[in-house]
Design a protein around this ligand. Structure first.
Ligand code: 0O2
Length: 229
């Protein structure tokens, strides 16, 4: 898989739409509130466009198909506080260009699916759309994180058209099953990013919960296959 930075470093697009540029910057100050809000508007537009794509799939499945592989779709814009925390953690300079070039989950969408195969099916449907460019894929389902976290993470770029210009917007799409989401949501509340002390024994119990969820997913998937879902 191509490295994300290689792709985002070279953001101009070849071909017909020559006016497409990456997100515009007036100056590099993180505390320029007006510019920050303008940038957030572009990211928000990216979320809207990608959410619409997912909603179209959702509607299509609701109407024409036997069952729907999409349970829920939720978009969110990362807060300035959360962006700054991430940049600090990575030792990045607190500038707009550093933010734009290094933080790819400012626009985020989470898609919840009933079955594991649905996760991959929806991911495939999205990345095969001609205006969606896959930048990076992290498969934490095949390769769960050490703590048991499971999800499929895609970073994609889409072109969003405005009144007189177009911009490429990076979006992180997290796809996971209902069971994975149960674990991630409750674990997030219990522990993630909080400065609470977790003992090794507690980590172990959390991981056991993740494995129980993974087993439930596996059993459900097997049942689905047995009844030819
Ligand atoms: P939020 O509030 O959800 O936006 P990072 O590890 O974050 O420095 P990277 O490459 O972005 O770097 O990491 P990764 O693992 O690809 O994706 C990070 C996101 O995945 C997190 O975003 C969470 O949403 C989710 N995530 C990753 N690991 C865990 C985990 O152990 N538990 C839970 N509940 N979620 C996880 P943010 O920005 O950290 O938080």
């Amino acid at each position: 898989m191509t490295e994300i930075c290689d792709i985002l470093d070279n953001c101009s697009v070849e071909g017909e739409v020559e006016q497409v540029t990456f997100l515009p910057q007036i100056n590099d100050q993180m505390d320029d509130k007006a510019q920050f809000e303008r940038l957030m508007f572009f990211y928000e537009a990216g979320i809207r466009q990608m959410t619409t794509k997912l909603e179209i799939l959702d509607r299509e499945f609701q109407h024409g198909k036997d069952r729907n592989p999409i349970e829920n779709i939720k978009g969110r814009l990362k807060s300035l506080e959360s962006i700054e925390k991430k940049m600090e953690k990575r030792g990045l300079p607190m500038t707009i260009s550093s933010m734009v070039n290094n933080i790819y989950d400012i626009a985020g969408i989470r898609v919840i699916c009933p079955f594991i195969t649905d996760v991959y099916q929806i991911a495939q449907m999205l990345i095969s759309q001609t205006d969606v460019e896959l930048v990076q894929m992290k498969d934490y389902i095949r390769n769960p994180k050490e703590n048991g976290y499971r999800s499929l993470h895609l970073i994609v770029k889409i072109t969003v058209f405005f009144s007189d210009t177009a911009h490429q917007v990076p979006i992180e799409i997290q796809l996971r099953t209902i069971a994975m989401n149960f674990w991630a949501s409750t674990e997030h509340q219990l522990r993630y990013k909080k400065d609470k002390e977790f003992t090794p024994e507690m980590h172990k119990r959390l991981k056991t919960c993740a494995e129980l969820m993974a087993d439930a997913d596996y059993q459900m998937q097997k049942l689905a296959e047995e009844i030819h879902f």
